[in-house]
Design a binder for this molecule. Structure first.
Ligand SMILES: N=CN[C@@H](CCC(=O)O)C(=O)O
Ligand SMILES: [Zn+2]
Length: 417
């Protein structure tokens, strides 16, 4: 038997095999295989063992991992990938102490990206999103969730969702689509948020029929959508067959986390100011907490999600960049891993679960992404790092050496010429 690819001399291999999301204490139990090797056949993982036992295997191509770390491709569970324009001018406003929600209230923030996205053509949005997606892949990410939410009208929301559909065909990274039509109240509905939500709800059927999104999400926040309005909207989404997510307790403690648990949402995301009660409920539920600490950092907040308490309460936690043009402008999930170590006090083992298997379960891809296991897609990262502790430790740079997606090398750091 001749395999397509054999990766050998792996210093540490993290298989991240799991039957479900790692919850509570399980997040701290990491299987680390030393001196390992992995063989790939037809885009799938075909053999895992010791390098010593791989010597008599034959392969068309061999990759020497040089004693480095090898992990599953990272899973990015929360992004706002498709948008027009950029918001660098808001940085000085933030420096003057103008609050994120205040900028939004003044018609800036999300609403300024809405204007740019409405103006952009499908092709412009596509090439811009592709640029960011390439960069994610270069940073070791092989599966990405992408939300709409910068249209806030039928035409532009569909344009964003169509861009993701197109990217699914064109790009090696696997994409998972979420409808976030309820991301902000557009200026034209300023005085009637209920009517606006109604207009987004009217899109559910079409989105379902055209298979444009798997999830429906909402920004449950002060001066945006109340808990009650969110409940009604998400119940309508569930009735149409969607799984739901919530941007919950990001800036003010409204109870979005409790709502997510009560609705059986697949995930509750942000959680920077979740209440004690919310933490308890999350811990006792199957809803995955997707924490976005880059947002707390980038918005200059003192409060970070209480990840420790959530994990101690038994929750399954994922972490993500929240890549978007306003509250977290980075495609580098490795940086978020460092912030999780330093600001969320998560252990390296917990962090690796949070960017692989748990992130995959948070977007309903637990059966296919986030682990290296026989028969699974060979989505694999070879790092320029000796062990799994090293990535959160050495912060702010890209440690990726090679990314394989479906068993093909899609990125290689070739060094300086
Ligand atoms: N908070 C709401 N939505 C995004 C930010 C969007 C933006 O500022 O453009 C978030 O997840 O942080
Ligand atoms: Zn978001």
């Amino acid at each position: 038997m001749q395999y397509d690819i054999l990766i050998h001399d792996i210093g540490e291999l993290l298989p991240m095999e799991a039957d479900g999301p790692a919850k509570g204490e399980e997040m701290n139990q990491l299987q680390v295989l030393k001196d390992a090797a992995v063989a790939i056949q037809d885009g799938k993982v075909a053999w895992i063992g010791k390098t010593a036992d791989a010597r008599n295997l034959s392969a068309k191509k061999t990759i020497h991992a040089e004693g480095n770390l090898v992990t599953p491709g990272l899973v990015e569970a929360h992004t706002h990938l498709v948008f027009g324009g950029s918001r660098e001018k808001e940085l000085s406003l933030k420096q003057q102490g103008v609050d994120y929600l205040e900028i939004l209230k003044q018609g800036g923030g999300i609403l300024s990206t809405v204007r740019a996205t409405r103006q952009a053509s499908h092709d412009d949005l596509l090439s811009k999103a592709r640029f960011h997606l390439d960069r994610m892949l270069m940073h070791g990410i092989t599966t990405v969730e992408a939300k709409s939410g910068y249209g806030l009208d039928r035409e532009t929301e569909l344009k964003q969702l169509e861009v993701v559909k197109e990217l699914k065909k064109q790009h090696p990274v696997d994409l998972v689509s979420t409808f976030l039509g309820a991301h902000a109240i557009p200026t034209e509905y300023k005085d009637d948020p209920e009517k606006f939500l109604q207009s987004m709800e009217e899109m559910f059927e079409e989105i379902k029929e055209e298979n444009l999104a798997e999830f429906v999400d909402i920004f449950t926040e002060a001066n945006v959508f109340s808990v009650e309005a969110s409940r009604r909207y998400l119940e309508a989404a569930i009735a149409k067959g969607f799984q739901v997510k919530i941007h919950a307790d990001e800036i003010e403690t409204l109870g979005g986390t409790e709502l997510a648990v009560g609705l059986g949402a697949i995930s509750a995301e942000h959680l920077a100011v979740t209440s004690d009660e919310g933490i308890k409920k999350l811990g006792a539920s199957d809803t995955i907490g997707v924490i976005l600490p880059g947002t707390s950092f980038y918005l200059g907040k003192d409060s970070y999600a209480r990840a420790r308490e959530m994990i101690d309460a038994g929750a399954a936690i994922a972490i993500s960049t929240d890549f978007n043009p306003g509250s977290s402008v980075t495609e580098n999930l490795q940086l978020i891993m460092s912030i999780a170590a330093l600001k969320l006090n998560m252990s390296p083992a917990e962090i690796w679960h949070a960017v692989t298997v748990n992130a995959a379960y948070a977007i309903n891809r637990g059966e296919e992404a986030g682990s290296i296991a026989i028969g699974r897609k060979a989505d694999i990262v070879i790092w320029d790092a000796p062990n799994h502790l090293y990535i959160p430790y050495h912060y702010g740079v890209n440690h990726v050496n090679t990314v394989l997606k479906n068993g093909e090398i899609r990125y290689r750091n070739e060094g300086i010429r």
